[in-house]
Design a protein around this ligand. Sequence first.
Ligand code: SF4
Ligand code: SF4
Length: 412
Amino acid sequence: MDYVKLINCMRCGMCLPTCPTYKETFLETASPRGRVALVRKIQEGELDQSERLLEYLSLCLDCQACATACPCGVNAGELVAEFTCERKAGNRMGFMEEMVLRKLLPHPDRLETAMIPMRLYQRMGLQKLVRTLGVLKMFPKPIGRMEGLLPDLPEKPLRRVIKEDMPARGETRGTVGFFLGCVMSLIFSDASHASINLLTALGYRVITPKNQVCCGAPNMLAGDKAGLKTAARKNVDIFSNLDVDFIVTDCGGCGAELKKYGHYLEDASSISFSNKVRDISQVLAMHADALKLLLKPLLLKVTFHDACHIAHSQGIRREPRDLIKLVPGLTYRELENADACCGSGGTYNIEKPEMADLILHRKLGTIRATGADVVVTGNPGCMLQLKKGLMDYLPQVEILHLTELLARSMDA
Ligand code: SF4
Ligand code: SF4
């Protein structure tokens, strides 16, 4: 761990009002400043790694809102994640963790096969029955949480049905490689299908290599740096063989991770890979005039939630808003604290359900205040979390990925 990053904190407190866990607790130990101080004291040997102390640190969502606010460039979320990663790296992986990280995620075919029982569970009406009868109360809480977050799955994962090479429609403007995130392919396939359609409609040939693997974000969360580097190497090698202008993704979490491959692998091909990575909103916004000609009116009131991995990690805020406002007839309502976390945080909403719910409710309150019919965002984690929250508390409000909204307007 870079000790200099820890001592850069001058304890000004400017990060405190942006931190979702501090806003809920008003505890210094649940604030970015407090977390930096705790990690520093551990590193300096003045504090032992007690369970209680690790519990304080584990409450951080790594949303990086504090990094945006900090005048000294301190990134408390990243420091905590790095500390946790280093600590876990010395531990032996549990059976389930090893199964998921080593046997499933690096193999898209196996991952897709593992989802078949879930699809059958929905198709056979069991999900409805289970939810109606409240059977899940008999299971451990995390199982119930996971089940509750599961939206309707598509007929087939997008990776199975999409053509690897999609030609541009009309005059070719360029070629892009499409990074299809696991959750996007398995759960939000309509959104990624819409992303590819929009790119081809704007004149891009889109290549989606079917042998690409998970971006490695779950490995990072679990402290599995070796697994992360293996995934990064594989993806860099696959995309380096293609002659593409950009590597585009519509998954905010994947985009943030892919942009770090150069830092992880430190060689020319991975640095070039990371430099080519773009969030879908960045590429679409480059062709706003052409896109506008394709859009038809939608009489909707729409608001936008900034995913942490897009706004704080990648610094992208203007492009998605500009794109939403291109849709004729649409009324845009800005969300208060739009870049405040929704409480998803990877698996945080399963591991820390109480805090995740408090954060989610704050977000739902701001959504309600806009009076919007649709919430748009750009990250599958936020979509899962908000979909569940909206279904329970604001069922009249729909959640859409940015590209789903634009495709809906294009097809209207
Ligand atoms: S992390 Fe940054 S904003 Fe927060 S107290 Fe330290 S210097 Fe100030
Ligand atoms: S990353 Fe988010 S939750 Fe963690 S300290 Fe920073 S603002 Fe708070």
